[in-house]
Ligand binder design. Structure first.
Ligand SMILES: NC(=O)c1ccc[n+]([C@@H]2O[C@H](COP(=O)([O-])OP(=O)(O)OC[C@H]3O[C@@H](n4cnc5c(N)ncnc54)[C@H](O)[C@@H]3O)[C@@H](O)[C@H]2O)c1
Length: 333
C-alpha cells in the first residue's frame, strides 16, 4: 500500500517511520507547502514530492493519506480524501466544530475508504490493562478517575508556527491539542458523560489567545466521577498521570507504567512498550495504531481508533469550550 504523508513537520516523520515499518507499505509520497520539509522525507524514503494537496487526490497510486497538518485543515482534507476514495489516517483533533464532526462521520460511514483517528494513547499497554480490569469487574465497579497533564508549552513553542495558539487555526490550546489524549483515555474507560463543569484559564503564556490551563469535574453515565486537570505551564513535560479507584482496588498510571496500589505499597502490573519515535510522551501508539489500520485495510480483523470512537472525546472538548463561551470555531457556528 502506498502512503502519502501530508504535513512533514513534527509528527509527519512519526507517521512515515511507522508506515516504513509495516510490511507491504511504502512512504510513496509527501505533501508539504514547505519544500525543505518535503525534501527531508524524500531524502529518507525516496518519496515523490507534492506541494498541492488537491493534486495527491488525483494520484491513483496513493492508497492512504496521512493528514498531519495544522488543526484547521483537518476537516477539509479528510473529507476530500475520503470522497476521492482514499483511506485516511487523521491526526487529532478530528476537526474544529461539531458540524464538521457530524459531516465527517456521515462521510466515513458511506465511503469506501476507511478513517483512523490518531488518539493513540488509549492503546498504551497500561491503559489496555486498565480497560481490561474495568470490564472484568475483578476489583468491583470503577468509581473514580483523576487525570493530570503537566506539560511545558511556552512562548518559544508557540512561535514555531503561526497556526498555534489561535482560536481560528488551532481551535483552542491545552485541551484540544495537548491534553485531548487524557480526556480520551478517561472517556475510553468510563464511557458517555452525563454532566460536566469545567473552567479554562490562561495562566502564563501571553503570546496566545487560547487557554494554557483547564480543569473539569466530569460525571459519567456509568456513575464514575472524573477529575481532570491540565496545564501547559509546568517547567517540563511529565508523562500522563491517571489514577483509577475501584470499589476494591486502586491503580495508578504514571511514567508509562500501571501500578496496583495497596497498603503494602505499589506493584507494577503493566508497562507501555513498543517503538518510540518522536516525543516519549506521545507514546508508542502511532506504530501499533497504524499497523492495525493497514492490516484492517488489508482485510484482517485488526481494530483501530475510528471517528465513532473519537466522537465522545471531541464532543467533550467542544462542551468545555462551549461552557467557557470562548470564540473557538465551534462556538461561531
Ligand atoms: N497524536 C499525537 O500524539 C500528536 C503529536 C504531535 C502532533 N499531533 C498533531 O499533528 C498535527 C500536526 O502537528 P505538528 O506539530 O506536526 O505541526 P507542524 O506545524 O510541526 O507541522 C505541520 C506541517 O504541515 C505543513 N502544512 C501546512 N499547511 C499545509 C498544506 N495546506 N498542505 C500541506 N502541508 C501543509 C506545514 O508546512 C508543516 O510542515 C496537529 O494536528 C497536531 O495536533 C499529534
Amino acid at each position: 500500500m502506498n502512503a502519502c504523508i501530508v504535513g512533514y513537520g513534527a509528527v509527519g516523520p512519526v507517521h512515515a517511520a511507522a508506515v516504513d515499518a509495516i510490511d507491504g507499505a511504502k512512504v510513496y509520497a509527501v505533501c508539504d507547502i514547505d519544500r525543505g520539509r518535503a525534501e527531508l522525507c524524500k531524502e529518507k524514503y525516496g518519496s515523490f514530492i507534492y506541494s498541492d494537496f488537491d493534486e495527491i487526490l488525483k494520484d491513483e497510486n496513493i492508497d492512504v493519506v496521512h493528514i498531519c497538518t495544522p488543526h484547521y485543515l483537518h476537516g477539509r482534507m479528510a473529507k476530500a480524501a475520503l470522497l476521492a476514495g482514499k483511506h485516511v489516517a487523521l491526526e487529532k483533533p478530528v476537526v474544529l466544530t461539531m458540524a464538521e464532526l457530524e459531516e465527517l462521520r456521515e462521510i466515513a460511514r458511506s465511503s469506501a475508504g476507511r478513517l483512523a483517528i490518531m488518539l493513540q494513547n488509549r492503546r498504551n499497554a497500561s491503559i489496555t490493562e486498565l480497560k481490561r480490569i474495568t470490564e472484568s469487574g475483578e476489583y468491583g465497579e470503577l468509581k473514580g478517575l483523576i487525570g493530570g497533564v503537566y506539560w511545558k508549552r511556552d512562548d518559544a513553542y508557540y512561535a514555531q508556527g503561526e497556526w498555534r495558539g489561535r482560536w481560528q487555526t488551532e481551535g483552542g490550546g491545552a485541551i484540544i491539542n495537548q491534553s485531548i489524549h487524557m480526556l480520551d483515555m478517561m472517556i475510553h474507560l468510563s464511557g458517555r458523560i452525563r454532566n460536566m463543569r469545567s473552567s479554562i484559564n490562561r495562566w502564563k503564556v501571553e503570546s496566545i489567545e487560547v487557554e494554557d490551563t483547564a480543569s473539569a469535574l466530569i460525571e459519567f453515565e456509568s456513575g464514575v466521577t472524573g477529575i481532570f486537570n491540565a496545564t501547559n505551564c509546568f517547567f517540563t513535560d511529565e508523562p500522563y498521570m491517571l489514577e483509577a479507584r475501584f470499589e476494591r482496588g486502586k491503580f495508578r498510571y504514571a511514567d508509562g507504567r500501571l501500578y496496583r496500589i495497596d497498603e503494602c505499597g505499589a506493584e507494577v502490573i503493566a508497562k507501555d512498550t513498543g517503538v518510540m519515535v518522536g516525543k516519549s510522551y506521545w507514546g508508542s501508539g502511532h506504530f501499533s495504531l497504524l499497523h492495525d489500520f493497514y492490516s484492517s485495510i488489508g482485510g484482517k480483523d485488526a481494530p483501530y481508533t475510528t471517528v465513532e470512537d473519537a466522537y465522545l472525546t471531541m464532543k467533550a472538548v467542544f462542551d468545555i469550550y462551549g461552557e467557557a463561551g470562548v470564540p473557538c470555531p465551534n462556538n461561531l457556528h
